[in-house]
Ligand binder design. Structure first.
Ligand code: TYD
Length: 199
C-alpha cells in the first residue's frame, strides 16, 4: 500500500507543531503508521542550518542550503510513503518560496529561480495546509517560547504571510485559520482530509 504525504505550512508561531501532533494522534487512532518530520531537518544539512554554521549568508545561498536539506529529506519521504506510512511534515518547499522571496540581509532571489531550484527535488504533497495567522498574534506566541530566530520579526512575517496566501491560492493549499482554537483547526483539517479521501 502506498502512504500519504501531508504538509503543514505557516509563519512562525502559527501553531504548526500543535496541528502536526493532533494529526498524528488522529491517524494513529485510525490504526495507520505515521512519521512526523520537519524542515529544516534534524539531519546533517538541517542541523548545519539550524546552528547557523554557514554564518550570515545571502538569501540566495540560504535558499540553496534549505533546498539541499530538502533534496535529502525528499528521498526519505519517498521511502516512507512507498512503505505505506502517513508522513506529516512541518514545512516543505512553500517555506522557501514564502520566506526566501522576502529580502532579509540581502536582496531576495527571484521567485522563478526559487521554483526552478525546488521543482526538480520535491515530491508533490497529497495535501498542504496553510495555517494562516496574524503576525502580531504569532509573535506573541513566539515570544512566550523564547529564543527568537532572525525570521521572527512582525513586519517580515507580514510579507511572508502575503506570499503564503498567494502560493496557497495558486497551488490549492487548504487555508486554516491559525487564530482559531487548536481543536477547531484540527477538526477543520480532519474534514479536509476526509473530503480529499486521503484516509
Ligand atoms: P521552524 O519551523 O521555526 O523550526 P523549529 O520550530 O523546529 O525551530 O523553522 C526555522 C526557521 O526557518 C523558520 O523561521 C522559517 C525558516 N525557514 C525558511 O526560511 N525557509 C525554509 O525553506 C524553511 C524550511 C524554513
Amino acid at each position: 500500500m502506498s502512504g500519504m504525504f501531508i504538509v503543514v505550512e505557516g509563519i512562525d508561531g502559527a501553531g504548526k507543531s500543535t496541528l502536526c501532533q493532533n494529526l498524528r494522534s488522529f491517524f494513529e487512532s485510525e490504526g495507520l503508521p505515521v512519521v512526523c518530520t520537519e524542515e529544516p531537518t534534524h539531519d546533517e544539512i538541517g542541523m548545519f542550518i539550524r546552528r547557523g554554521e554557514a554564518g550570515p549568508v545571502s538569501p540566495t545561498a540560504e535558499s540553496l542550503l534549505f533546498a539541499a536539506d530538502r533534496a535529502v529529506h525528499t528521498e526519505k519521504i519517498r521511502e516512507w510513503t512507498s512503505s505505506g506510512k502517513v508522513v506529516i511534515c512541518d514545512r516543505y518547499y512553500a517555506s522557501t518560496l514564502a520566506y526566501q522571496a522576502v529580502p532579509l540581509g540581502g536582496p531576495a532571489p527571484d521567485r522563478d529561480w526559487l521554483e526552478a531550484v525546488n521543482g526538480p527535488i520535491v515530491t508533490e504533497p497529497d495535501i498542504t495546509f496553510l495555517l494562516d495567522a496574524d503576525p502580531q498574534e504569532s509573535m506573541l506566541r513566539v515570544g512566550r517560547r523564547g529564543g527568537r530566530s532572525k525570521f521572527e520579526d512582525e513586519e517580515y512575517l507580514g510579507k511572508v504571510r502575503e506570499n503564503y496566501l498567494r502560493i496557497a491560492h495558486e497551488r490549492g493549499f487548504i487555508v486554516l485559520d491559525g487564530n482559531s482554537p487548536p481543536s477547531e483547526v484540527t477538526s477543520e483539517a480532519k474534514r479536509a482530509i476526509e473530503r480529499k479521501k486521503v484516509v
